[in-house]
Design a protein around this ligand. Structure first.
Ligand code: NAD
Ligand code: 6OD
Length: 491
């Protein structure tokens, strides 16, 4: 449906799209070109209220009572519907983010399909905890815990992997029997809306999935997290916003799950397969233009191979292809926005002022008139910085890393753990014992050996410190999206 002649990205409440309000439109901008391609209808507090109420009705009515086998069958149909409309999802994700079309197809949308299938399997296979308690005089008690959905869950997501991260939360939440109100990032509203269509096509009852668009505290994000009808909040975004959301939710003591920022380290030992390490590091620094919470921004390299790794990474950074997202050869897209580019370029300046040697990049690329209005930066590598410098301490969220030498395993562990964040780490070594030993000593939620972003969706995902609270994935998601009632029967 349209208002005026523009293309509108609409809110979705109680199973239907909401007619946009001309006065509450904001621009959807293509980050690759800087062009406005649509208008987004910002939900006001009354609309957020309607979304929460309709979720409550769906939860209390049909959806909350739907048997597990029907819920998981529906999830599998959703996966099929996304696959059937794959290119529409890909185009929407590319329009919002400017990311290369191949990445959108092979990572973002493919993972959304997998999220629905895996959580269908996980929830179908979830049993109940039970204990037999021995009592005096030969009697016993049977304890069993019945897991019940939380109710209405607020799902708040960022702009970097919009559909992947939304479906990572929506799939288990729905599979466990919750109804959801989702607030995607204002910068990437499109795929949440397409997902509404896929869910409806798969047979989800009205109200079980609602989308409200807008911004943070004075907008849809704030209205949603403050709403008394919300039974839990699952949030992915920056640590600063996570802290804010936590204080908003605190007065009503609702469960929260937070997947937040990172300042992730890689450690490369001299015994590593250097070719494999270079391939892995290139992915871990530059995938999605460095805008993945798991991306490596600190690379600690044993001194004897420091030159090899630095030279190898510079060569690989120079070989990245920055171009139009629709070009199948493009490896690297723009940053999400001009505001984010200003932040990243600010770190480029700080690094130079702190005495960094810029091995490659450090500025804005010249990509011609078509892409001139986009928010592009050059893939960048520094040496000469230490853990004391802000670009090595603070999350930048761009295609950039600092390379720092070390001499001993103990020193490398100390340097990697010297951070308030605790999301992910990767260790590159051919020494089996060292790989296990160092990976376990990383103070993070996810530690890889000779790999990066290799995922089994049944395993726990999340961070420590500023990187988050709780874990999602497999049984961890089931635990977050349900609450147990323990029944104790004296036998
Ligand atoms: P952000 O914190 O600015 O925004 C995230 C979401 O929260 C958006 O939908 C935004 O509109 C909403 N929001 C903002 N203020 C709010 C408020 N006061 N109340 C309710 N909602 C509010 O993050 P971003 O810039 O969109 O994403 C980048 C950040 O996300 C990076 O720090 C990155 O590391 C982090 N991230 C973490 C993970 C993870 O799994 N740990 C995954 C992806 C991104
Ligand atoms: O792969 C995932 O499940 C996940 N949650 C990835 C998060 C990436 C952060 O940008």
């Amino acid at each position: 449906m349209t208002a005026g002649t523009e293309y509108w990205i609409r809110n979705f409440v109680n199973g239907g799209f909401v007619e946009p309000d001309e006065a509450r439109g904001f621009a959807a901008v293509d980050p690759a070109t800087g062009r406005v391609f649509a208008r987004v209808h910002e939900a006001d507090s009354a609309l957020v209220d309607r979304a929460v109420m309709s979720a409550r009705q769906a939860f209390d009515g049909s959806w909350g009572r739907t048997p597990v086998r029907d819920r998981v069958a529906l999830l599998r149909r959703v996966a099929d519907r996304i696959e059937a409309r794959l290119e529409e999802f890909v185009a929407a994700e590319v329009a919002d983010t400017g990311k290369p079309v191949t990445q959108a197809r092979e990572l973002d949308v493919a993972r959304a399909v997998e999220n629905f299938r895996v959580f269908a399997d996980v929830v179908a296979a979830t049993g109940q905890e039970s204990f037999i308690t021995d009592l005096p005089e030969g009697r016993q008690a049977l304890n069993y815990a019945v897991r019940k959905p939380l109710g209405v869950v607020a799902v708040i997501t960022p702009w970097n992997l919009p559909l992947l991260l939304l479906s990572w939360k929506v799939a288990p939440a729905l599979a466990c029997g919750n109804a959801v109100v989702v607030k995607p990032s204002d910068q990437t509203p499109s795929t949440a809306v397409l997902l509404a269509e896929a869910l409806t096509e798969a047979g989800l009852p009205p109200g079980a999935y609602n989308v409200v668009h807008g911004f943070g505290s004075g907008s849809a994000g704030g209205y949603l997290t403050r709403h008394p009808g919300i039974d839990g909040v699952t949030f992915t975004g920056s640590s600063a916003t996570g802290s804010h959301v936590m204080s908003t939710v605190a007065p009503r003591v609702r469960p929260v799950s937070f997947e937040l920022g990172g300042k992730n380290a890689a450690i490369v030992f001299e015994d590593a397969d250097l070719h494999e390490a270079l391939t892995g590091l290139t992915k871990s620094i530059f995938t999605n233009t460095g805008q993945v919470c798991l991306c490596t921004e600190r690379v600690y390299v044993q001194r004897s191979v420091f030159g090899d790794i630095a030279d190898g990474l510079v060569g690989r950074a120079r070989a990245l292809h920055l171009s139009h997202p629709a070009d199948a050869r493009t490896t690297t897209g723009p940053l999400i926005s001009q505001a984010h580019r200003t932040k990243v370029l600010g770190y480029f300046d700080q690094a130079e002022k702190a005495g960094a040697d810029v091995l490659v990049g450090g500025g804005v690329p010249e990509l011609g008139a078509e892409l001139g209005g986009g928010s592009w930066v050059e893939p960048t590598l520094w040496t000469g910085l230490t853990n004391a410098d802000a670009p090595v301490r603070e999350e930048i969220f761009g295609p950039v890393a600092a390379l720092i030498p070390f001499d001993s395993e103990e020193e490398a562990v100390g340097l990697a753990n010297d951070t308030e964040y605790g999301l992910a780490a990767s260790v590159w070594t051919n020494d089996l014992r060292r790989g296990h030993r160092v990976a376990q000593r990383m103070n993070v939620g996810m530690s890889w050996v000779n790999a990066w972003y290799l995922r089994d969706l049944r395993s726990p995902f999340g961070g420590t410190g500023l990187s988050g609270i709780g874990r999602e994935g497999g049984g961890s998601s089931v635990h977050f999206y349900t609450e147990p009632t323990n029944v104790c029967v004296q036998l």
